[in-house]
Design a protein around this ligand. Structure first.
Ligand code: 5GP
Length: 189
């Protein structure tokens, strides 16, 4: 997977409860050159979650897709599988992946040119409130918080840019500026 063939690959990663999905939704609305990859997961669709937030599959379907070599990266996260199918963006588009840290690391290894944006919550309190707001049981929220604490140092270490999401509008604007700048850098190379 090289930039020449596939355009820029932008990985948006960050601990749970940081607002990644909202950020990427806004980013792709704002920048028409971006194409959002839809992940596969074996997790059940949450109440109130869009039916197309993921391709929701069984474990068997997921394992078959691994065997078929159909994923760019995949991982097991708190008991469920999540994976990015081999990206096939329309010509001229840059691919956006919204994935956790292990997947971000895999993508970086496959494509050193991938741009890794790591998003941090403004505070633990805010992060907890966001995680609780999804309606998950408290036990799951606690697990996700512990996982988030593990993910942070790794994500920070491998990121090209670290962005604190204290205000959605400014976060999206900052990320857009970074993407435009990095596109230009690669173009000028
Ligand atoms: P959630 O269950 O909250 O939707 O997702 C759990 C974590 O998995 C989040 O950090 C999310 O970004 C990540 N994730 C979603 N899709 C993928 C994927 O395709 N690959 C990887 N590695 N992580 C993913």
């Amino acid at each position: 997977m090289s930039d020449n063939d596939h355009g820029l690959v932008i990985v948006v990663s960050g601990p749970g409860g940081v607002g990644k999905s909202t950020i990427v939704d806004e980013l792709v609305k704002k920048d028409l050159q971006l194409w959002l990859s839809r992940s596969w997961t074996t997790r059940e669709c949450r109440q109130g979650e869009a039916a197309d937030a993921y391709k929701f599959v069984t474990r068997q379907q997921f394992e078959q897709h691994i065997a078929d070599g159909g994923f760019l990266e995949w991982t097991s996260f708190l008991g469920n599988f999540y994976g990015t199918p081999t990206p096939n963006p329309p010509a001229g588009k840059d691919t956006v992946l919204e994935i956790e840290v292990d997947g971000a690391q895999q993508v970086k290894q496959l494509n050193a040119d991938a741009l890794l944006l790591f998003v941090l919550p403004p505070s633990r309190q805010e992060q907890k409130a966001r995680l609780r707001g999804r309606g998950d049981p408290e036990q799951k929220v606690e697990k996700r918080l512990r996982k988030a604490e593990e993910e942070e140092p790794v994500g920070k270490a491998i990121a090209d840019y670290v962005i604190v999401n204290d205000d959605l509008g400014s976060t999206v604007a900052e990320m857009s500026r970074i993407i435009i700048f990095e596109r230009k850098q690669r173009h000028d190379r």
